[in-house]
Ligand binder design. Structure first.
Ligand code: CTP
Length: 404
């Protein structure tokens, strides 16, 4: 697969050299295009040495009329020769030019001529990132279906701490590589995904909830959509943008989530229950705010409906994938959930560790399958975990078809 790597002019440009190497390590062929500004931070020679290919630096590079003509149409052939385009670092200025279709240098011109998937990895100062102008440009680019690999939090070159650091090259390379696989193997499937926490009110201003960020469920929705599925995403309250092309239904409580799931069950062929549904709620919520008193108070909670268990009984020939958050005996706990809730697969997460699980961008899991198989998924970005989950779902689909 051929990757067009566009490098913008930012301090993070040096990391795109590492990205070029990481892409090549994954067997991808890399063509680098540097903007004028990028060349102030890193030289074409660095990329030429790494990729073994000529680096493109300018729309009108040469003086002679014949060469000018060939370089003037080169962006069309570069656009046609590459399967995926990745821009890293995507500066605030580049995002604006891409969003509005400017074609004033080689990279932006090639972008307009390019028809494949585009990955944008922004990097900039936190205030520039948070600025409504940048966020509006990002929304335009997201709506266009581009994959935005959000910057990471940390100490920035300007001395500020916050979001703005270019995503790690290895993570970026994984995203690019997974896009290139580009198979639409979920074409014809409708995937119903639940994500995020639920919020169970205690009175008009208070609720019980949990630490789920929804990132795993949203990654599953993105990946399923990219692999050709129709996706219905039923989400508890989270701070994540709606994935492109997905039907998003927002809910708060376990009961609302249950009702939304069963409203859409008929259309679903695959159900993925990644939501962290509250197990208990207050069945009668007071209409007014509960006042503080000097005495001790206790809550009497009732169980919420177990959506997964009910789905297990009503799923028919749909594939049902549950999640299990365990703090010990991961595989055994997941297998007993698989059996008791009639799932086809359980994605088991060990929770309570650093760097994976609820709020993290990465995850580590064990897939427990109804075929008896147990497949460990080592720590990886949630999008990659999502891809591995759907790989196994499709294997199950084939195995079940073959058994019929
Ligand atoms: N789940 C659900 N409805 C609930 C509670 C959980 O559908 N009321 C689903 C979750 O979406 C997840 C799975 O059940 O797919 C497992 O959730 P988990 O919290 O790990 O397990 P529980 O069934 O709640 O069991 P326990 O807490 O005892 O481990």
């Amino acid at each position: 697969m051929n990757v067009l790597l566009g490098v913008g002019g930012g301090i993070a440009a040096y990391k795109s050299a590492e990205l070029a190497r990481a892409l090549m390590e994954r067997g991808l062929r890399v063509q680098v295009v540097l903007t004028d500004a990028a060349q102030r931070f890193i030289t074409p020679l660095t990329f030429a040495a790494l990729t073994g290919r000529k680096v493109i630096t300018n729309l009108f590079a040469t003086a002679s009329s014949e060469e000018t003509l060939s370089s003037a149409i080169e962006h069309i052939s570069v656009a046609q020769d590459n399967d995926v385009m990745v821009v890293a670092p995507a500066t605030a200025d580049l995002l604006a030019r891409l969003a509005y279709g400017h074609a004033d240098d080689f990279l932006t011109t090639t972008y307009l001529a390019f028809t494949g998937p585009v990955v944008l990895a922004p990097a900039m100062n936190s205030n520039m990132w948070a600025h409504p102008a940048t966020q509006e440009n990002l929304n335009i680019l997201r709506k266009r279906g581009h994959v935005i690999v959000e910057p990471e939090d940390g100490l920035l070159a300007c001395g500020m701490t916050g979001p703005g650091r270019l995503a790690e090259p290895d993570r970026l390379a994984d995203v690019v590589a997974s896009l290139g696989l580009g198979s639409k193997d979920l074409d014809g499937e409708t995937v119903l995904i639940t994500a995020g926490p639920t919020q169970e009110p205690l009175d008009p201003v208070r609720f019980i909830s949990n630490r789920s960020s929804g990132k795993m469920g949203y990654a599953l929705a993105e990946v399923a959509g990219e692999r050709g599925a129709r996706v219905v995403l039923i989400s508890g309250p989270v701070h994540l943008p709606a994935p492109q092309g997905v039907t998003l239904i927002r809910v708060h409580t376990a009961i609302e989530m249950r009702n939304a799931v069963f409203e859409h069950l008929a259309e679903a062929t695959i159900i993925v229950k990644s939501a962290a549904v509250a197990d208990y709620h207050l069945s009668r919520v007071p209409q007014h705010k509960v006042k503080k008193t000097a005495t001790r108070m206790s809550l009497e909670l009732d169980p919420t409906p177990d959506i997964l268990a009910e789905l297990g009984q009503k799923k028919g020939d749909r594939l049902l994938i549950g999640f299990a958050a365990e703090t010990e005996n991961l595989t055994a706990g997941a297998r007993s959930k698989l059996e008791s809730k009639n799932c086809d697969m359980v994605v088991a997460n060990l929770v309570g560790q650093d760097g994976t699980g609820f709020e993290s961008d990465e995850n580590e899991a064990v897939l427990v399958l109804s075929t008896g198989e147990t497949i460990p998924l080592p720590r990886a970005p949630k999008r990659e975990i999502a891809d591995r989950i759907f790989d196994q779902v499709m294997k199950l689909r084939l195995a079940l078809h073959a058994a019929q």
